[in-house]
Design a protein around this ligand. Structure first.
Ligand code: ATP
Ligand code: MG
Length: 730
């Protein structure tokens, strides 16, 4: 078998072979990124069928995403000697698809209610019904519910200690009811219901007999429910093989527990453990960077990885002054690479941290007509649910009759959508088209307080088009969101508030480029139009296109060339994990009570995320750290400093004053605080094309940036910070 594998171009190493040949009983394959874990899973499926004579249909292989499942099927089909029918018969599934098949088999008929927009709409409707529109954002409620269910808990058991918790629970119970009445289940229900079914021996028994061999990829990210499902299935025969990397647990916010992999041999005493330590993916210098970094984590099993010796290039850096410059630089660089014939588009991935941090690069790609696919298919930034209504207010301001924009302006007015549409129709019939909102204010179905609100809203809308777009946005933020931001018990919603704030900040940052509301709206409309044209690319599976995705989505994947953008403090590590860096007095002033150990855990997860980003690259890795984020200075990500063996300034101890928000980064003594460690002194200068260092005063530039008027001073150039002109040669 192994000889024929070799003939097919797959030459496994010793430990890989021993994992593939593993017979019955539990097996943990633990290895760092790119060491061939997924490769081994596929090869073992082949081995079981070819050599051990195991029936294809009794192998269950669970992966993390649909994409991974499809790739796994292809890999198995490509193995020597495997008949296509056998490859098809192997059950390669995601947890969800496995669970859904199970539900259907047992006659669960409910329709899947999976579209997040539709879910939002239901929550919004309930919020309005209960008069709580200003108290919660649908996103946060849904995310909270999901995290709760993934622990295996029922909605009826949600906590109700504070008023906010009680309110949230009321809405979420309403949501469950709404689904029940309409015979629908959402994605989380699928797992929850499947786990419930498996508690019935009459269901579990036949499944255990059918699936004699169970294998799970990316085991480090299984959550409580998924783990329970795996354990149940394997409990009779214990033929369970899991592969994973504790350094790549990046879904704890979704209930993933690193312990599931760290304690595998406790749950399965006598389990065999095979570790793999040769990385076949990345250039040694790229791997070195990742390894150095992740070694800083305390909660992990120590691993020493060796690179198999594939040659690429040393990692490179740039510190553009903000996200716009960063995007322009990345896209230019890509154009050059393509021109030089160095890569095709599909070789290139751009990885980013959060949805909103891809906004600038997305725009550049669209405007420069570069084919790209955005995985996770979030809409154009300006069309997403939080931003769209604000854009529509500005659209209405330009054109009071815009029928498209009108409904979303009604949203925050507690007028139900149906009533609103009814009114729009009537107003059309009555030819009150000239200024429909004024007409609305006189509508007899409105209660007096609503009429007041409509009047206020008209005043606001009328004023917007005269303002600079960024000011218009600030004004709307103040009126619509500030109340929400201040309300309630923050402890449960921190993360979601953070995301919301971030999206709004990014919105302001985007608007800064424009002088008038009109220009801004035109730009956004043009962007949407071009993006729609490009949508067909996404559908064509094999299209040659740059891959734009979050780091989370990139897990398990590899690309010849990776751009990791936004490697700055506050982005990665994300601001929500950085509170421990504040001086004690500021920390105390925060309303959010998180313990230091929770924050340490959060920081370790961020570090793992950085590790995942770095280790996706095979030959080329570019990392960019914008020197400002949403108009505020931002340091280079501490993870880069760590990866290069440089000292990370300890802000907790720092008492050298002026560490206020605005001077937190690149102060005047910046050169000293980032002095490089001895190991780095003889590193090469890595920039193939030095990205500009024109003696420009960094500090002044950053101050300028705070004042948009002077922005052109720095535009179009990406400067290269001295401390980072040398990088990661090991
Ligand atoms: P991740 O942790 O990122 O999921 P992984 O451990 O699953 O990584 P794979 O994706 O299986 O790693 O393998 C990484 C790369 O190394 C792939 O391109 C694979 O084809 C290659 N590879 C794996 N094993 C070998 C080997 N023995 N010889 C040559 N190449 C190999
Ligand atoms: Mg893998």
């Amino acid at each position: 078998y192994f000889r024929s594998l070799e003939e097919a171009g797959i030459r496994l190493n010793g430990p890989q072979i021993s994992a593939v040949r593993h017979g019955r009983g539990p097996l943990l394959t633990l290895a760092g990124a790119g060491c061939g874990k997924t490769t081994v899973l596929a090869a073992r499926a082949g081995y079981l069928m070819e050599v051990s004579g195991v029936h294809a249909g009794s192998i269950l292989l669970v992966t993390f995403t649909n994409k991974a499942a499809a790739e796994m099927k292809d890999r198995i089909a490509a193995l020597p000697g495997i008949r296509p029918a056998a490859a098809r018969a192997v059950q390669t599934r995601t947890f969800h698809s496995f669970a859904l098949t199970l539900l259907r088999h047992y006659g669960v008929q409910e329709e899947i209610f999976g579209e997040s927009r539709a879910q939002h709409t239901v929550i919004k409707m309930l919020l309005r019904q209960y008069g709580m529109s200003e108290a919660f954002q649908p996103e946060s409620l849904l995310a909270m519910l999901s995290a709760w269910k993934m622990q295996g808990s029922q909605t009826t058991d949600l906590p109700e200690k504070s008023q906010e918790e009680r309110d949230a629970k009321r809405i979420l119970l309403g949501y469950e009811n709404w689904k029940k009445e309409r015979n629908k289940i959402d994605f989380d229900d699928i797992l929850l219901r499947a786990a419930e079914l498996l508690r019935d021996p009459a269901v579990l028994g036949p499944l255990q007999r059918r699936f004699q061999y169970i294998m799970v990829d990316e085991f480090q990210d299984t959550n409580h429910l998924q783990y329970e499902i795996v354990q149940k299935l394997a409990s009779a025969h214990r033929n369970l093989m899991v592969v994973g990397d504790d350094d790549q647990t990046i879904y704890t916010f979704n209930g993933a527990r690193q312990e599931s992999i760290l304690e595998f041999d406790k749950v399965y005493p006598g389990a065999r453990i095979v570790t793999l330590d040769i990385n076949y993916r990345s250039d040694a210098r790229i791997l070195g960077l990742g390894s150095e970094l992740v070694a800083k984590n305390k909660r992990r099993r120590d691993k020493r990885l060796r690179a198999a010796g594939h040659r690429g290039d040393a990692p490179r850096f740039a510190t553009p002054s903000n996200a716009e410059e960063e995007a322009a630089w990345v896209v230019n660089q890509i154009c050059e690479q393509i021109e030089e014939g160095l890569h095709t588009y599909r070789d290139i991935a751009i990885l980013h941290r959060t949805a909103s941090s891809s906004r600038a690069v997305f725009e550049q790609l669209v405007l420069k007509d570069i084919p790209f696919v955005q995985h996770g298919a979030s809409p154009v930034f300006y069309d997403q649910s939080l931003i769209r209504p604000l854009m529509d207010h500005m659209r209405l301001s330009l054109d009071p009759r815009s029928a498209d924009a009108l409904p979303s302006a009604l949203g925050p007015l507690y007028v139900s959508r149906d009533a609103g549409l009814d009114w729009i129709q009537r107003s059309e019939q009555q030819q009150a088209k000239k200024y429909p909102l004024i007409h609305l204010a006189k509508w007899d179905k409105l209660k007096p307080f609503q009429q007041e609100q409509v009047k206020e809203r008209i005043k606001l809308i009328k004023s917007l088009h005269k303002l600079k777009p960024v000011i218009a946005i600030q004004e709307m933020r103040r009126q619509f969101y500030d109340k929400y931001m201040e309300s309630g018990d923050p402890s449960i919603f921190t993360h979601y508030r953070e995301t919301m704030l971030e999206t709004l900040d990014e919105f302001e940052a985007a608007a800064k480029k424009f002088e008038t509301v009109e220009e801004f709206i035109q730009f956004a409309d043009e962007l949407s139009r071009r993006h729609r044209e490009m949508e067909s690319l996404r559908r064509a599976q094999d299209s040659d296109a740059v891959q734009l995705m979050t780091i989370h989505r990139a897990k398990g994947l590899e690309f010849p060339c990776v751009y990791w953008i936004g490697a700055s403090e506050g982005i990665v590590p994300h601001s929500s994990s950085l509170r421990q860096d504040l001086p004690e007095d500021q920390k105390a002033a925060l309303s959010v009570q998180q313990t230091d150990s929770e924050l340490d855990m959060a920081l370790e997860e961020e570090r793992r995320l950085a590790y995942v980003a770095i280790t996706r690259a095979k030959q080329f890795l570019y990392v960019t750290s914008p020197a400002s984020h949403h108009g505020k200075p931002a340091d280079v990500s501490r993870f880069l400093l760590e990866a290069f063996g440089m000292e990370v300034p300890d802000k907790r101890k720092s008492s050298e004053g002026n560490r206020t928000e605005n001077s937190r980064s690149y102060g005047k003594n910046q050169g000293q605080s980032y002095r490089s460690g001895s190991r780095n002194e003889d590193r090469d200068v890595l920039h193939r094309r030095p990205i500009h260092s024109n003696g420009y005063d960094e500090r002044r530039h950053r101050e300028d940036e705070l004042h948009p008027r002077n922005e052109r001073l720095g535009s179009g150039e990406v400067r290269n910070h001295k401390a980072f002109s040398t990088a990661g040669v090991k």
